[in-house]
Ligand binder design. Sequence first.
Ligand code: MN
Length: 266
Amino acid sequence: MTDINRRNALHTAATMTVGAAVGTITASCATTGPSPKTPFAVNGTYIAMANSDMVFPVRRIYCIGRNYRAHSIEMGSNPDREPPFFFQKPTDAIQLVPPGETVDHPYPTLTKNYHYEVELVAALAKGGRNVTSDQALELVYAYTVGLDMTRRDLQRAMGDEKKPWEIGKSFDRSAVLGPLQPSAKVGHFTQGAIWLKVNGQTKQNANLNQMIWNVAEQIANLSRAFELMPGDIIYSGTPENVGPVVKGDVMDAHIDGLPDIRVKVV
Ligand code: MN
């Protein structure tokens, strides 16, 4: 056993039980100690935080699929309230978009049908297992506007062959988002407009209250499948009218109460 493995194995996260509730919320689980010697450096992934000199360290990116009724139908699914399903993107797929800037977003390889999906993103500062939906928002540290960029042709082709979506969803810069806005300041989001424009023309336009599973319910469900940890972020699903962009298109993404983000496909 290496020193690092031993340290991780010995490490016990501080847990606290909230009230008489079923779940446990993990307050902190950072592994501390001197940096190990490595043959090369691998960058960590961090998201800027609004009005702060601190950055948010990203552990995992979870995404929820088909969480708006009309989008579920357009993807060929049954929109009834089935349990939510999840997939992940690698943390280094994040592309940060500061508000007020137009950030170049390279058109990815392999696809001929590159789609936007505007989504509310929740960032967790606490983790837990079997968290109840009543407790769940205690985990949420911040929110932002995100784009779950998708190589739709590849996603569909893999789905048709009953293979994983990976190549359609989990590629470089596929997780676009703005700086995190602390929930202590902006509150929690159960309603409000969510829209996306391409070249000034409205493409997606819905309300967060149309989510089949709200953020609290998403966290509760996720925490039954995975132990959530500080640093996890959740893309909460996109409304209907997803569609393609090509090089030169400018996308504006909006959620009421959060700064817009703007991206140019290059
Ligand atoms: Mn999505």
